[in-house]
Design a protein around this ligand. Structure first.
Ligand SMILES: Nc1nc2c(c(=O)[nH]1)N[C@H]1C(S)=C(S)[C@@H](COP(=O)(O)O)O[C@H]1N2
Ligand SMILES: [Mo]
Length: 216
């Protein structure tokens, strides 16, 4: 996919940062020791980052297809999604553009519950995401199945707004926030890894903020 129609200037700036290795402090922090990862600053507000497209997907029209290397492909609409067990999970957000936001309370279905429903094959090693704005990203299956990962529909007790990725977004707290796709449309379990939008544009394939894995 090209960058046509996206917020081209921002994308060019972020690609240039990746090339220059900007924002790397050279420090490392051990996960869980310091709460703020190296090179990050704490914010109280919640910045919006996207490609300049914020798809308007009403709950009634939202569909999510979960497939690929699974025993039971599933297609969710809002009612079937919300009928599954719901949990609240508190986590911190770390964006590669250097802001972090503590104590976000997300409500939704855990990725572990989803995996129980679809039953990924043993050779599924990666999880690939695609969204209603055309955004894509990728994680390893073991990271997707960490116990704090979920498909979230609410944040701090209110439905996730359109700008923040409602009706449903993925939350994968241990990585930079670009690994948490908004407006989720499709989840594919795969034997092969496939770099997503930012991974193809100079960003790290994993994106662990504690190791400052900002750029490739
Ligand atoms: N579908 C989609 N998901 C996305 C993005 C995007 O452009 N489209 N941007 C990513 C990036 S770079 C960040 S930092 C976070 C921003 O989420 P927020 O706008 O809710 O803060 O969403 C991530 N998920
Ligand atoms: Mo980001």
């Amino acid at each position: 996919m090209g960058d046509d129609g996206y917020k081209t200037k921002l994308i060019e700036t972020k690609k240039a940062w990746a090339r220059a290795g900007r924002l790397l402090t050279g420090e490392t922090a051990e996960h869980g020791v310091d709460r703020l990862p190296p090179g990050q600053r704490l914010v109280e507000n919640w910045p919006v980052l996207d490609l300049g497209i914020q798809p308007d997907v009403p709950r009634a029209e939202w569909r999510l297809l979960v497939g690929g290397l699974v025993e039971n492909e599933r297609r969710f609409d809002w009612d079937s999604f919300i009928a599954e067990p719901q949990v609240d999970i508190l986590s911190d957000v770390h964006c590669v553009t250097q802001w972090s936001r503590y104590d976000n309370r997300w409500t939704g279905m855990t990725t572990r519950h989803l995996a129980q429903l679809v039953r990924p094959h043993a050779d599924a090693r990666y999880v690939l995401f695609s969204s209603y704005d055309g955004y894509t990203t990728n994680v390893r299956i073991e990271d997707f199945l960490e116990e704090d990962c979920l498909l979230a529909h609410s944040h701090d007790g209110t439905p996730i707004s359109r700008e923040h990725g409602g009706p449903v977004r993925i939350v994968i707290p241990r990585y930079y926030f670009w690994k948490s796709p908004k407006w989720i449309k499709r989840i594919t379990f795969s034997a092969e890894d496939e770099p997503g939008f930012w991974e193809e544009r100079g960003y790290h394939n994993l994106g662990d903020p504690w190791l400052e894995q900002r750029y490739d």
